[in-house]
Design a protein around this ligand. Structure first.
Ligand SMILES: *Cc1c(COP(=O)(O)O)cnc(C)c1O
Length: 389
């Protein structure tokens, strides 16, 4: 098919030309005397994308899910109790990972479409007078439902309960796109991966730990091997890795961090807000609903669009891909067939988004939706024009 695939899944996302070019190189010796120059620069610049000057950044050949494991096994004693707020497939999986690693998992479940409830977290922590709960696990941007949680409010809730639990935040679909304030929010482990807001191919897990979490790394008795941060900290201090890093991706990460810095993180977040608003304007014009139930919590990186009863979201995705070379995200787990997702994060601009909205609209009409042709496109255009002027 002529032209490019329109990649509008919420990860992997488009890889900017500057990042592609940075990775297009022969391999090199990762033990060479020159290698630390690259590594030191990356590790110095990494905490900024999490909103941290105090934290320490880590890079693994892994994916976001690997960083769930890395953060847990390096900071918690085996069998510790953790509290997870579940409100979508990724927060469910974060809790599942903890359970499979032998932690005792308490869960607060809210309906999919709702953000993390700070009040319920506070109540659960107050009830834990003995401080058995060692960590609170929260997903910042729930990619399944398109809902962004207020992590500052989560921190306030933990403090109001006077509870010493560590705060772990999954930022896989927020870091590099949405405003992240790790230090202000008192996040102890902020987790991400390469293929979403960082605009890289999949293959890197990135993590930032607070000074308080870092202290635990040395004292925890948990068994760890690949994800053990102790040899990582020792090697990184000399500009190297304890094993072979993903050399090509590291060069891509250099370019990606440079792009984010050049645009400015507040501008990056503002661009995502314009894209999110325009997508939501289209959904409203289609007469459809998003999964997100709280307008102020609507995600600026992914929109989950509910499909009316009797219609099939899987057909929309198929028509979009086959007829228009547009890749849309599927509904996950209990939302399979009932919703589809438009990812609008990373290297995306206004007209790319309008193209995707046009394609989604055409695919929905192909799948039998009663929509007025152009309604969503018109609404998105006006939203984007209003945001520019
Ligand atoms: C994509 C995603 C993950 C999983 O990341 P992988 O890189 O696929 O392991 C975890 N959490 C959230 C919120 C995500 O969006």
């Amino acid at each position: 098919m002529a032209g490019r695939n329109h990649l509008f899944v919420p990860g992997p996302t488009n890889v900017p030309e500057a990042v592609q070019n940075a990775m297009h190189r022969n391999m090199e010796d990762h033990r060479s005397p020159d290698f630390p120059k690259l590594v030191r620069g990356l590790l110095a610049d990494l905490p900024a994308i999490f909103g941290s000057t105090k934290g320490q950044g880590f890079i693994f050949a892994a994916s976001g899910s690997g960083m769930w494991e890395a953060s847990l096994v390096n900071t918690l004693e085996p069998g510790s109790r953790v509290l997870v707020a579940r409100k979508g497939q990724f927060s469910q999986l974060f809790g599942d990972a903890a359970q499979r690693l032998g932690y005792q998992v308490d869960a607060i479940d809210v309906p999919w479409g709702m953000p993390t409830p700070p009040g319920e977290l506070e109540a659960a922590l107050r009830a834990d007078a003995a401080h058995a709960i060692k960590a609170v696990l929260v997903v910042h941007n729930e990619t399944a439902t398109g809902v962004t949680s207020d992590i500052g409010a989560v921190r306030t809730a933990i403090d109001a309960a006077g509870h010493p639990a560590l705060l772990f935040v999954d930022g896989v679909s927020s870091v590099g796109s949405l405003a992240c304030r790790m230090d202000d929010w008192g996040v102890d482990a902020f987790i991400s991966g390469s293929q979403k807001g960082l605009m890289l191919p999949p293959g890197l897990g990135v993590l930032c730990l607070s000074p308080r979490a870092l202290e635990r790394v040395g004292t925890s008795t948990a068994p760890r091997a690949y994800f053990d941060l102790r040899p990582m900290i020792a090697s990184n201090a000399t500009g190297y890795f304890p094993y072979t890093p993903a050399v090509g991706l590291l060069h891509g990460l250099r370019a990606s961090l440079d792009l984010l810095k050049a645009e400015g993180l507040p501008n990056v977040a503002a661009r995502h807000h314009r894209l999110g608003n325009a997508t939501r304007a289209a959904v409203t014009a289609w007469g459809l609903k998003t999964c997100c139930q709280v307008p102020s919590a609507a995600s600026d990186t992914v929109t989950t669009i509910m499909v009316p009863d009797g219609l099939d979201a899987i057909k929309v995705i198929e028509h979009a891909y086959r007829n228009y070379n547009l890749s849309l995200g599927g509904g996950l787990a209990r939302l399979a067939g009932k919703a589809y997702r438009i990812g609008h994060l990373g290297d995306v601009n206004e007209l790319m988004l309008v193209g995707a909205i046009a394609g989604a609209e055409m695919a929905m009409r192909d799948a039998g939706f009663a929509l007025t042709a152009g309604a969503g496109v018109a609404a998105a255009e006006e939203s984007l024009r209003a945001a520019r002027t």
